[in-house]
Each structure stands twice: as C-alpha cells, then as structure tokens.
Design a binder for this molecule. Structure first.
Ligand code: SF4
Length: 484
C-alpha cells in the first residue's frame, strides 16, 4: 500500500465516527492475542518449539530482552517493572539472563544469526556499563549479531549521558527509542516524570553525532492537565528534534488494573472530546511536517525503513510493533518476555522470584503460551495484511491456504460490509482495502477476523447509534511487556 497523507476529510470523518465506533481493541502484535495464552503450554511446549526451530533450515532470529528495573515510578505506567534504587538487584538479574540464553541456545543448537534485537523494560539503561557489557557478551557467546542488523534499545533520557550513548554505540546498538510523553512542566509533575526538553535534546544530539541509524520518540496523550494547545506545544518541540519515528499512544486511566495510576488526579484528565481534539490536531501537525502515518499510533519519516517497507507492501507486526523483520522466530529473555517460535507463543514468568527459581532448577522460565493451528495461521496473515499494508489480496490467501475465501469468511464479510457503510473499508471479490479513515480505526477492522473475539461476542463492540459524544479510549498497552 502506498502511504497517502491523511487528509482533512478523513480526519473530519474520524472525528464524527469516533464516538460511535469503538476504536478500543487488541494491538495484534500477536494473533491470537496474549490474553488467549494458557498454562497448558509450558516448558515442554517450548522445548518442542525449539526442537522444530532446530530441525528447520537455519534462519535468522529476532530477540527481545526485558530489563524490568526503574529508579522512579511514572504514575501512568502499566509495564511489568521493578522500582528500586538497589543496583545490586540488576547484577543478579544479568547473571540469570545469561543462564536463560545459554539454556535456550543449547536447545536450538548452532549459532543463529540475529537480524533484529530489542532491549525493553522497565529501563534497560538501569544496568551499569559493566552489566550491559556482560549481557551483550552473553548474546555474542550464543548468537551471531551482524552489525547491519536492527539492534535497538529503549532509553530513559533522564538516566543517560554522552558517555553512556557512546557505550551503546560501541556495544552495537544502532537504534534508540526515547520515552518523552509530554514536555509540559505541569503535566510532567502530575505524572511524576520530570524531564526537561534540553535533557532529551542532548540525548538526541548525541545519538545523531554517534551515528545511530534511527531515533524514535514516544508521546502519550490523555494525561492530566493536557489540552490541545499544550500538547501542540510539545509536538512543536518534538518536531525540532526531527525523530525518524514517533509513537503517540493514548493513555487510558485504569487505576483498578495499574496501581500507580491511583496517584493521578482524575479531575485533571482531559475529557473524551478534548482527547480526540488532541489526537486529530497531532495527526494534522505531524503529517503536515512530512511524517507518514504508518498505522494505529505510529508515524515515520518517508525514508525510514518502516515507511519504505509499508510503501513496498512488506511491513509486518511482531511484539515490537510494526517491523520489517517479523517473519523470524523470536526468542524472549527476562521476566514476562514473549517469544514466538515455530508456530508457538511462549511467555516467561512475571516475577523475579519465579524466574530465578525456574532457572535455578535448570528449567526455561515459561509461564504460559499458545500453539497455533491452521486457522490461527490463516487469520494471523489476514489481520497482519490489513493492519500493516491496508490491503488483502483474496486470491493470494486462497492459493496459499487452499480455501474459498467467500465461503470460509461469509460471516466476517457481512460484518465487513457494515464497516464499509461507515467508510472504513472497500471490497470486491478479489481485494479488501482499508480506507484512509479505516486506518485510524484499523483495530476495529482487524477484529472482524479474530475468531476468538467472534466466539466471545460480548467482547466484540457493536456499531452503536450516534448517541455517544466522546471518543472511546484506546487502551494504552505498554509496548512489549504486556502485549494483547
Ligand atoms: S514508564 Fe517506563 S520508566 Fe516509567 S516506571 Fe514505567 S517502565 Fe519505568
């Protein structure tokens, strides 16, 4: 799919529809989604997946490492993290990460090439330089990480200086992702994350000077004290940094689920209408500044790999979100990390105690997982095509999976036709295309093909009459640690 700019008409239609069509739903970094994982697939299932991976022709891998530690709590946070100032705890964790890598690598056998790696958290830069070197040495001991692969790390700009950025470059990272959220001082106070603009700019400048290939920034809208004018000011500051990629996540206030959010003053949260204005205004400003709308909450400069991959119809999704390398098996290391190997998903234990106990007993610390069947593979391909490239070639799917699409998906096509009436999709017997408007609500389109949601009809929001005057919150799901 080409990536035409979102025009005013699509945004105006979105504003009109947003209160009526629930944009809430899974982010589909996996299909089936992680809330379908179960504890019947434990370590034995992971062993079988790794054995299949070993038996297949050697193919490149993707790796995810979860570093859960943070020095301070951000009140909006929903990640699986450990708040501590005791750096002795990370030394122990690094030791166990090495154990886990050795165990998994022994099952796969040989030194696989890793073309994509990502360190997320928590705060990966909580590790001191020596600990980072040790983790990287463990990776190199078991895997081959070519310098021209994608090797990225999440950075808290409050915790790194030029020397640390130089270390990251020396260790082989070539992409950095910076948490920003908002530059407004009052918003920063309210979320307990004080991070002056100059501090962030110094990190971005260092990344450019040191030759990092990509700099990505995260913002969140819907936070306390945010208004359209104030968030616009943050966006203008961000644009002076010209990040290669930008994520603009929606904050959903769920204090019953995420305890830190209880410290957020609910009375200071923007209304649903104001939130919608912030989002529309941000999309307008970013696209006017030359950013390509990739999908959901992601934007990229036109020459960024993601935008190029989308233009060429080869964008994919994995647990790191949109990706150009999602076809590889992915190994996850660390607490709550998710892997996807040989048609199975696996997720590690969520707590440090469980994680350490499993590894002490010589076991891979798998907590739960899911083995995909043929129907899951088919639907994953359909959802991936719609979410990433906005187009589904029906004949290709029929040929690859030996199905009659119209017969196999009669109920789904009827639902899709209702979304077509609202302008979210266009279709004929050969092709389903997500419109510009549909891209803003693409989760809703993808949900039509989610068999598990269909079976659980109560979870599939119906199109409501136009009585609701506010945008439904799109739940802020932390990017990598709690992916549904
Ligand atoms: S938002 Fe990030 S830095 Fe803040 S507490 Fe959560 S994981 Fe830690």
């Amino acid at each position: 799919m080409s990536s035409p700019a979102l025009d005013r008409r699509a945004l105006s239609d979105f504003r009109a529809l947003a209160g009526r069509i629930d944009g809430n739903g899974p982010r589909y970094t996996s299909y089936p989604t992680a809330d379908r994982f179960h504890n019947r697939l434990g370590e034995a299932g992971y062993h079988a997946a790794l054995a299949d991976c070993r038996a297949a022709a050697p193919a490149p891998l993707s790796l995810y490492l979860h570093i859960p530690f943070c020095e301070n709590i951000c009140y909006y946070c929903g990640c699986n993290k450990v708040i501590t100032r005791d750096h002795g705890r990370s030394a122990k964790y690094v030791h166990y990460l090495a154990k886990e890598m050795a165990l998994a690598a022994a099952h796969i056998g040989g030194r696989r090439q890793v073309l994509q790696s990502h360190w997320g958290g928590g705060t990966p830069t909580f590790l001191n330089p020596d600990e980072m070197r040790r983790v990287m040495a463990s990776l190199h001991e078991h895997f081959d990480l070519p310098a021209d692969g994608e090797h990225s790390i999440e950075i808290d700009p409050r915790r790194v200086d030029h020397a640390r950025m130089a270390l990251l470059a020396e260790l082989g990272f070539n992409r950095v992702s910076l948490g920003v959220q908002d530059f407004d001082p009052e918003v920063q106070q309210a979320i307990h994350r004080v991070q002056p603009f100059e501090e962030t700019r110094a990190v971005v400048d260092a990344a450019r000077e040191l030759g990092f290939r990509s700099v990505s920034l995260d913002l969140i809208y819907g936070l306390p004290h945010q208004t359209t004018a104030r968030f616009n000011a943050t966006v203008e500051q961000v644009l002076t940094l010209r990040p290669d990629r930008l994520s603009v996540y929606s904050y959903a206030h769920l204090p019953h689920v995420f305890k830190p959010q209880r410290r957020i003053d609910e009375n200071a949260l923007p209304s649903a209408g104001e939130k919608l204005d912030i989002l529309v205004s941000t999309i307008e400003r970013l696209t006017a500044a030359g950013y390509v709308y990739i999908g959901m909450d992601h934007f990229a400069l036109p020459d960024d790999d993601l935008a190029v991959a989308q233009r060429e119809g080869r964008l994919q999704r994995n647990f790191q979100g949109y990706s150009t390398h999602a076809g590889y098996d992915q190994l996850g290391f660390g607490i709550s990390a998710i892997g996807a190997v040989a048609g199975r998903y696996v997720q590690n234990a969520r707590t440090l105690d469980e994680y350490y106990a499993s590894l002490d007993a010589g076991h891979l610390p798998v907590m739960r997982g899911f083995a995909m069947n043929q129907d899951d593979h088919l639907r994953r391909e359909i959802i991936g095509a719609l979410m990433c490239n906005g187009v589904l070639d029906v004949a290709q799917i029929e040929a690859r999976h030996g199905i009659d699409f119209a017969h196999a998906f009669a109920a789904e096509l009827a639902d899709l036709d209702r979304l077509a009436e609202d302008g979210l999709v266009r279709r004929d017997p050969h092709r389903i295309e997500v419109t510009l408007l549909g891209r803003l609500l693409v989760r809703r389109v993808a949900m039509v093909f989610d068999r598990y949601l269909r079976e659980d009809a109560a979870r599939l929001p119906a199109v409501q009459p136009a009585a609701n005057d506010g945008v439904q919150p799109v739940r802020f799901v932390p990017k990598y640690s709690r992916v549904v």
